[in-house]
Design a protein around this ligand. Structure first.
Ligand code: PMP
Length: 317
C-alpha cells in the first residue's frame, strides 16, 4: 500500500496529509489506548461515483469503542460521516478505497491510564483492493494463539491495543504458508479470523459464533445474516462452533469490511466442501458486491454517495 493520501482530518480540520503528525510521546502510541474503524468506499464505474458502505453503523460502533476508552468525543456519527464524505470527495480516488478513522489519546503523557487524557479523532483514506489475494479459495489454519478475552481487552471494541493479538495470529499463519487463521477462545471454541468474522455452512444452514464469543460485532456479519434470511431464506444460527466442526463444514468463509467475503478452501490442510468456493458463499458474495457498488437500489439506504463537489480533487499546496 504505497499510495499516500493527499488529505487528512486532523485536530478538527482537513489538512494536507503530511501535516497530520503526532509526537512520539503521544499516549496511544505508547500504550495502545485508542480505537479505530475501517470503512470501505466503492467506485461505481457506470455512475462514476463513490458509495460509502454503512458509514453510520461504522461510526456508531466507533463511538461505542470510545466508551471502553473513557474517551470524550465531541462528534456525532452524523458529523463524522459528513467529515468523511468531504474527505473522500477531496481525495477523488475514482477507485475503491478504505477509510480509517482513529480515536486516540493525544496527550504527551507517561503513565498507564484511560482517564484525564485529551482525546482526538483523525481520519484518512487510501485506495484499497483485495485484503486476501485468493478470494475464492483461501488456505487457512487454526491459530496456536487464543482470542483476547472480554475481561482482558473486549474484542467487541475495535481497540488498537488488542490488534497485537490479531497481528500475532496473522503473522503466524502467513509465515507458515497460510493466507489467514481462525482463532479459538480460551475454552477452545471458534471465535473469528484475525480481522474478520467467520461463517460455516452445514446442512444448508449458515452458522456463526455469537456476539458473546469474543468477536467483533461485525457490520458485514450483520449484513450477511440479514441478506441470507431475507433474500435467500437460508436459516442462520448464531451458536458456539467446535474446532472439529470446521473440518466437516460444507462451506466456510470470512467476512469483514477489509476482507469483504473470502471463501475458505482448506483449514489445516483439510479441504472444505469441494475445496473451492461453495454455492451459498458464491450467492452471498455476488449479491454483496452488487449492493456495495450501488447496483441494488433496494439497499441504497446502506450507501452514502459521495458528491463530486467543487473542491473535489484539489491538491494541497
Ligand atoms: N473481526 C475483527 C477482529 C475485525 O478486525 C474486523 C474488521 N473490522 C471484523 C471482525 C469484521 O468487522 P466489519 O464487518 O464490521 O468490518
Amino acid at each position: 500500500m504505497t499510495t499516500k493520501p493527499k488529505w487528512a482530518f486532523f485536530e478538527g480540520q482537513i489538512v494536507p496529509f503530511d501535516q497530520a503528525k503526532v509526537s512520539i510521546m503521544t499516549h496511544t502510541l505508547n500504550y495502545g489506548t485508542g480505537a479505530f474503524a475501517g470503512i470501505r468506499a466503492y467506485w461505481n464505474p457506470d455512475e462514476e461515483r463513490m458509495y460509502i458502505f454503512r458509514i453510520l453503523d461504522h461510526f456508531r460502533r466507533f463511538l461505542s469503542s470510545a466508551r471502553f476508552l473513557y474517551a470524550q468525543v465531541d462528534y456525532t456519527p452524523e458529523q463524522l460521516a459528513e467529515i468523511t464524505v468531504e474527505l473522500v470527495a477531496r481525495e477523488d480516488w475514482r477507485q475503491d478505497c478504505y477509510i480509517r478513522p482513529l480515536l486516540y489519546k493525544a496527550e504527551e503523557a507517561i503513565g498507564v491510564r484511560l482517564h484525564n487524557l485529551r482525546d482526538a479523532v483523525a481520519i484518512f483514506t487510501i485506495p484499497f483492493g483485495k485484503y486476501i489475494q485468493d478470494e475464492e479459495g483461501a488456505k487457512v489454519c487454526v491459530s496456536s494463539w487464543r482470542r483476547v478475552n472480554d475481561n482482558a481487552i473486549p474484542a467487541r471494541g475495535k481497540l488498537i491495543g488488542s490488534y497485537m493479538n490479531s497481528a500475532a495470529i496473522k503473522t503466524e499463519a502467513m509465515l507458515n504458508g497460510f493466507d489467514e487463521a481462525i482463532v479459538l477462545n480460551e475454552d477452545g471454541h471458534v471465535a473469528e479470523g484475525s480481522a474478520e468474522n467467520l461463517f460455516i455452512v452445514r446442512d444448508g444452514a449458515l452458522i456463526t459464533p455469537p456476539v458473546y464469543s469474543n468477536i467483533l460485532e461485525g457490520i458485514t456479519r450483520r449484513t450477511l445474516i440479514q441478506l441470507a434470511r431475507e433474500e435467500f431464506e437460508i436459516p442462520v444460527v448464531e451458536r458456539q462452533i467446535d474446532r472439529s466442526e470446521l473440518y466437516v463444514a460444507d462451506e466456510a468463509f470470512f467476512c469483514g469490511t477489509g476482507v469483504q467475503i473470502v471463501a475458505i478452501a482448506s483449514i489445516d490442510h483439510r479441504p472444505i466442501g469441494g475445496g473451492r468456493i461453495g454455492p451459498l458463499t458464491q450467492k452471498l458474495r455476488d449479491l454483496y458486491f452488487r449492493i456495495v457498488r450501488g447496483y441494488e437500489p433496494r439497499y441504497s439506504h446502506w450507501l452514502t454517495p459521495v458528491p463530486a463537489g467543487a473542491r473535489a480533487g484539489a491538491r494541497p499546496q
